[in-house]
Ligand binder design. Sequence first.
Ligand code: C5P
Length: 233
Amino acid sequence: MKQREVIIACDFSSREEVLAFLERFPAGRKPFVKIGMELYYSTGPETVREIKRRGHRIFLDLKLHDIPNTVRRTMRVLSELEVDMTNVHAAGTLPMMEAALEGLTRIDGSRPKLIAVTQLTSTSEERLHTDLLIREGMEATIRHYARNAARAGLDGVVCSPWEAAMVKESCGPSFLTVTPGIRFADAAADDQVRIATPARARELGSDYIVVGRPVTAAPDPVAAYERCLEEFV
Ligand code: C5P
């Protein structure tokens, strides 16, 4: 059976804030959390280790993009942190993604899941043409980058729930779709544009939803998280 998961985007700027947030959850509830650049660069790997010690699974969202050798060596460091999922930019090319996978794989063959960012959702189709000089449209570009990620052996991509079906069609049903841009039906979109409710994301075929402010900024974050589980899992 397909395993769907809710990942909470812990976009906090200090270790105290993120730990206080996680302490609100009952002892038996250990949400899968996403740690991004802000928290990682400000508090370092010790925060990752502490959250792991507390029994949470972690998606370390650092979006690596560099030469293959640097990415391979950096991934080796991240795999020692025992995170459960991490990512790269598919724009780093196939050899870079292969190097990332190699670096991430431990001596015993185990490794965290590795996913790719295709195009950032903040990049418009116009910027794709004018700034990046990519002639193809957004959809074709995302499809091509996702296929490259699959060819390199990665586990999936970050995408909008609305792109999940297209990604699955291009890369196969077991290729994972990790989807942010989630909002409850009765809530504000904030700065997200292509949003979906957890229930809609489920219908659209997402494997993991990444939910930030609808949970972290909710008056009752635990109840908001439970609502995500009810709708999505
Ligand atoms: O608060 P919100 O639910 O909008 O948070 C979504 C999370 O997913 C944030 O950490 C954001 O950086 C991340 N993200 C995103 N869109 C992408 C990639 C990542 O919103 N395309």
